[in-house]
Design a protein around this ligand. Structure first.
Ligand SMILES: *[C@@H]1O[C@H](CO)[C@@H](O)[C@H](O)[C@H]1NC(C)=O
Ligand SMILES: *[C@@H]1O[C@H](CO)[C@@H](O)[C@H](O)[C@H]1NC(C)=O
Ligand SMILES: *[C@@H]1O[C@H](CO)[C@@H](O)[C@H](O)[C@H]1NC(C)=O
Ligand SMILES: *[C@@H]1O[C@H](CO)[C@@H](O)[C@H](O)[C@H]1NC(C)=O
Ligand SMILES: *[C@@H]1O[C@H](CO)[C@@H](O)[C@H](O)[C@H]1NC(C)=O
Length: 231
């Protein structure tokens, strides 16, 4: 008799998927301790014109679940790490109170789908540089994890004619956005595919391997699951 591969929920489900993942993670956490992972997405930099408003993306993930996850954002100001904001997340899905230490910063991730992104309003040239998204899950005995995002601030005034500069700037901006969006999608697909393999090994939970929070996109590839072995 054929043994069917069962117990895999449809990947498009949001909260139920998370719940299932959590439960399975807890149960199977005994055998595996998947480290916390911080991710700034597959494109860890952004070029933006001074005066614009940008988002610094970051999400976390953990097979074993989180409890009182400490996170912060740090800005590398010429070698010294300046805290941009910090907070403790009690559990997944709960919006934390975030302390903000820098001007024009807003916490927009709200911990929705493990999103701890921030927005920098009206950036100046001084805002350019390296931003570190840092996390520590007490479940892991205080191990540190981080991901780095680079913000490059550019001056739009490169062409002589101002009107033309604006048009070009927005056209280029749009093109870059489109390319980045495409790359993000493409990379996301590849990422999910590669991650599936990896996570399946690490977590020992087949159905929890589909971690579609990495880049914050909720769609996932139903056909990207590894083919189950039939007996
Ligand atoms: C960007 O910087 C240039 C040069 O410092 C300045 O002239 C321009 O007004 C700035 N743009 C914005 C939108 O702040
Ligand atoms: C950064 O550090 C270098 C070397 O210490 C120094 O020369 C430079 O002026 C500093 N830049 C800023 C913006 O503080
Ligand atoms: C950003 O700049 C706009 C326009 O100058 C201003 O209305 C807004 O209050 C600024 N936002 C922040 C957070 O500084
Ligand atoms: C983790 O980071 C903190 C600073 O936030 C530091 O004090 C601690 O030594 C680090 N721990 C490890 C194991 O690197
Ligand atoms: C995080 O939340 C912000 C604000 O809601 C949203 O714009 C962004 O797409 C989200 N990013 C990720 C990686 O989920």
């Amino acid at each position: 008799m054929e043994v069917q591969w069962v117990g895999v929920e449809p990947p498009r489900l949001g909260p139920p998927h998370t719940a299932v993942r959590l439960i399975l993670s807890m149960l199977l956490g005994i055998w595996s301790a998947q480290a916390l992972e911080m991710s700034v997405g597959k494109i860890p930099f952004l070029e933006a014109v001074n005066g614009s408003t940008v988002m610094l993306p970051c999400t976390y993930s953990s097979c074993i679940g989180i409890k009182n996850l400490y996170f912060n954002w740090q800005f590398n100001d010429n070698g010294t790490m300046q805290k941009v904001c910090e907070s403790v997340i009690a559990t997944e899905g709960i919006e934390p109170k975030v302390s903000i230490y820098r001007d024009r910063v807003e916490f927009v991730g709200k911990n929705h789908h493990n999103n701890i992104s921030i927005v920098l309003w009206n950036i100046t040239f001084e805002d350019g540089g390296q931003y570190t998204c840092f996390g520590r899950n007490p479940k892991e005995k205080g191990k540190n994890h981080s991901a780095i995002f680079n913000l490059i601030v550019v001056d739009e005034l490169r062409v002589v004619d101002n009107t033309l500069a604006t048009i070009i700037a927005s056209a280029v901006g749009g093109a870059i956005a489109a390319i980045m969006g495409f790359m993000l999608l493409k990379n996301f697909t590849l990422f999910v595919l590669s991650k599936l393999e990896e996570k399946n090994k690490e977590c020992l939970v087949t159905s929890s391997g589909i971690d579609n929070t990495e880049n914050g996109l909720s769609g996932s590839k139903a056909d990207s699951k590894p083919t189950p072995k039939k007996k």
